[in-house]
Design a protein around this ligand. Sequence first.
Ligand code: ZN
Length: 129
Amino acid sequence: MPEFELIMKSIQSLVDIAASGKIHAKHLDLLRAQVSDAQQRHAQAEALVHELQSKCLALEQSLEQCQLKLKRFANDNPFGHRCDHCGGVDLRLTGQQPAQTGAEFGLRDGIYLCRVCQHTSVHAMPPPG
Ligand SMILES: [Zn+2]
């Protein structure tokens, strides 16, 4: 009888181990699925980072171009005149002439070339002094 109980205990122990193994296998499957999901999300995040880096680089280049344009604008058209033809502000002072009104007071007109439409506009220069 004790031998039979010992055998039954051993069988029960083997059944417990087998059941435990199935549970571990299920946990392992769940972990594999979670790892796969995490790897997929990581790849998506890396792609997003790459895309954002590209956009950031493009924006930095655009900003640099805007800064150059602004600097040129500040140097070439400091009074913010607008082209008489297209309304653009990307003008360059190419010459001066006595003002149509007020020349007797030393007033002068500036002749501006528009970089957008290539036409010239005449705008009053600020009074000297
Ligand atoms: Zn123009």
